[in-house]
Write a protein that binds this ligand. Structure first.
Ligand code: FES
Ligand code: FES
Length: 158
């Protein structure tokens, strides 16, 4: 039998004994029960399945488990325990940026990656930073506003 795939998931070392060709999205949801990682298109187009892998925003539907060995993976469940999450969460709530909520875990992680690369983004940079994450409800303006608020309120955290 092949050696299990080991990686760090939300701060804890974990192992996965299934196939290296299994999809990270499915493993996170079905094996580790991290259902905040949403399954939208399974084609790398919608960003609903976004995670942070080795500090980069990644569509987990496009990653085979073989690539995850020794990597660090953060899902919305792990990220929601951080100070930065609280700022983003409050900012989204303050402008009603979440409607059905399906895109929001991915949007929040995209917000985190954007702000950690650029703590003081312009509106255009915010729109660019979330361009890989589709939202069918909000028209994006509230989300863009929320990220701008988070950048101000969380000054110094990113
Ligand atoms: Fe992965 Fe849409 S489900 S990008
Ligand atoms: Fe419904 Fe974004 S809030 S898809």
């Amino acid at each position: 039998m092949d050696k299990p795939i080991s990686f760090i998931l939300n701060g804890k070392k974990v192992e996965y004994a299934g196939s290296a060709s299994d999809r990270l999205l499915d493993v996170l949801r079905d094996h580790f029960h991290l259902t905040g990682v949403k399954c939208g298109c399974k084609e790398g187009e919608c960003g609903a399945c976004s995670i942070i892998m080795d500090s980069l925003l990644i569509n987990s539907c496009m990653v085979a488990m073989g690539r995850v060995e020794n990597c660090t993976v953060v899902t919305i469940e792990g990220y929601s325990k951080t100070e930065r999450f609280k700022i983003i969460d409050q900012a989204y709530a303050s402008v009603g940026a979440a409607q059905c909520g399906f895109c929001i875990p991915g949007m929040v992680l995209a917000s985190e990656c954007l702000l950690s690369a650029n703590p003081n983004p312009t509106e255009e940079e915010i729109r660019d930073g979330i361009s890989g994450n589709l939202c069918r409800c909000t028209g994006y303006n509230a989300i863009v506003k929320a990220i701008g608020i988070a950048a101000k309120e969380g000054k110094g955290l990113w």
